[in-house]
Design a protein around this ligand. Structure first.
Ligand code: SF4
Ligand code: SF4
Ligand code: FES
Length: 256
């Protein structure tokens, strides 16, 4: 094991919203079980670029450090993923060709600074599709309807979404100029419409994705499902929501 090994990181930086981006390289000392976050922490402790110049520390986000919160999502060597589970030795094996690891912020969200982006559009879309179970007041309501084993098995994979943004980053239909709600929120429509109490508001959720920017704007490229770190069956969710939306539309026509 080469304890004198150094790792080179090439980072796309931006000093603030709307500012011009630029590249900066850093060398950090390797240590066992190092991931991209621990490499960024080393730069934070000693913010000196590979050129020898003292620079402002690189800014990034993280919280759980176990691929649960989604806050550390960025583009690592061209692939959108969580920095906390991106192990340095997997990206640049010790016996492999020496090269820099490239870090960039996601491109489908506004950059706040360096590797931090503003994922508000995802949270706004969760509000748009009413991704919750309504409670009528805070008084004791008694037991809700029972959830069958089959229903739980369908719902559990969908409940693993951490709003990380990988699927929006990969989706060709999502852009700064599009209002497409995106695969994560559509999958949450399916999750809450499956729920025995949540399904009481299934119609409202479907209405929220039936107009402009709704489920019909999915181009079915399936990039989303390829990149989801939680292996959520996004394409199945989009198809299920699309079917339910179509049924609701026909029913609306029939009933006038
Ligand atoms: S299947 Fe739909 S939501 Fe998924 S990446 Fe393609 S266009 Fe986007
Ligand atoms: S569906 Fe998957 S990729 Fe998309 S936000 Fe949720 S966890 Fe991330
Ligand atoms: S820090 Fe939470 S997913 Fe990486």
């Amino acid at each position: 094991m080469d304890r004198d090994r150094t790792i080179e990181l090439k980072i796309k930086r931006q000093d603030g919203p709307g500012q011009k981006s630029y590249w900066q390289s850093f060398q950090v000392a390797w240590h066992p079980a190092m991931n991209v976050i621990s490499a960024l922490m080393a730069i934070q402790r000693n913010p000196v670029a590979a050129s020898g110049a003292a620079v402002a520390p690189v800014v990034w986000e993280c919280a759980c450090l176990e691929e649960v919160c989604g806050s550390c999502t960025m583009i690592v060597d061209g692939r959108v993923r969580q920095a906390c589970s991106a192990m340095i030795d997997h990206i640049v094996p010790p016996d492999g060709h020496k090269r820099a690891i490239v870090l960039e912020p996601m491109t489908k969200f506004p950059v706040v600074r360096d590797l931090v982006v503003d994922r508000s559009r995802m949270f706004e879309d969760l509000k748009r599709v009413r991704a919750w179970v309504h409670l009528d007041g805070s008084h004791a309501l008694g037991a809700g309807p029972r959830q069958s084993q089959d229903n739980q098995e369908q719902a559990y994979p969908l409940s693993r979404c951490m709003t990380c943004g990988c699927c929006l980053e990969a989706c060709p239909q999502v852009s700064a100029s599009s209002s497409f709600v995106g695969p994560a929120a559509l999958s949450q429509v399916r999750l809450f419409n499956l729920h025995p109490s949540g399904k009481m508001h299934a119609g409202e959720r479907l209405d929220s994705v039936m107009g402009a920017g709704g489920v019909e704007e999915c181009g079915k490229a399936q990039n989303c499902v390829e990149v989801c770190p939680k292996e959520i069956p996004l394409v199945d969710s989009i198809a299920a929501v699309g079917r339910d939306a179509t049924k609701r539309m026909f029913l609306g026509w029939l009933l006038g």
